[in-house]
Design a protein around this ligand. Structure first.
Ligand code: SF4
Length: 226
């Protein structure tokens, strides 16, 4: 397969050296020194090869994993969280090809895009409030740059809350719950526990629970299973 080349969305792509969050900049610099061959930069939204017009579903995750997207440069690629996410997206008609946890594998998104509420890797996978709020300046235009978007799946409470805020709604009007659904600003927002290894290992999220969320969204969008 040709190498993965992210497609930039105008106004929605932080620079490689985005200086806005000092703690995350310091962490990024630390990893650039430790692993100079890694991506170690804000991670761009993953889009279908045909570009943003194909996207009807946006998946919003939390942030890159240090050995996942921070290493490879493609969301949910390189660590465990991608295994369940991409298998589920394929099952419900939102991806095709073979996911091999490498950005040059044959996996492609169809009708879907994937982004993160926070584009830079945070220490211990835990962004602080100021970082979540700051990076919304990229999440909001990401949503606006998808002209045929109809639904968003939010992975975890932080991604959910930041997405609801990005849409200008109040959290009390669209509270997070696993497999909950709300209509916000003309979009269907479906929420799920994050597909992290911790959540699946502890049984907080099972494959069946995760599938239920995407089955509901696929039905809403009228997408037939793959
Ligand atoms: S998390 Fe977002 S706003 Fe903060 S430095 Fe990274 S790209 Fe910039």
């Amino acid at each position: 397969m040709p190498p993965y080349v992210p497609i930039a969305l105008p106004g929605a792509s932080p620079s490689r050296d985005c200086p806005i969050c000092p703690r995350l900049v310091a962490f990024r610099e630390e990893w650039r020194e430790r692993e100079p061959g890694w991506h170690n930069a804000p991670v761009e939204t993953f889009l279908p090869r045909s570009g943003p017009a194909e996207v009807r579903l946006l998946v919003v995750g939390l942030a890159p994993g240090v050995r996942g997207a921070n290493r490879t440069g493609r969301p949910f690629t390189g660590d465990y969280a991608g295994d369940l996410l991409y298998a589920t997206l394929k099952r419900f008609g939102f991806a095709r090809g073979t996911f091999e946890a490498r950005p040059d594998d044959s996996l492609e998104l169809t009708r879907a895009a994937i982004t993160n509420a926070v584009r830079c890797v945070p220490p211990e996978n835990k962004p602080i409030g100021a970082e979540i709020n700051a990076c919304r300046q990229f999440l909001t235009p990401t949503i606006r740059q998808l002209p045929n978007l109809a639904a968003i799946v939010t992975l975890g409470r932080i991604a959910h809350d930041s997405t609801v805020r990005a849409l200008g709604a109040k959290l009390k009007d669209a509270p997070f719950s696993h497999n909950g659904a709300h209509d916000v600003a003309g979009l269907r927002i479906a929420s799920s526990y994050h597909c992290s290894r911790y959540n699946t290992n502890t049984g907080r999220l099972t494959e069946a629970m995760f599938a239920d969320v995407f089955e509901g969204v696929a039905e809403f969008l009228g997408v037939p299973p793959a």
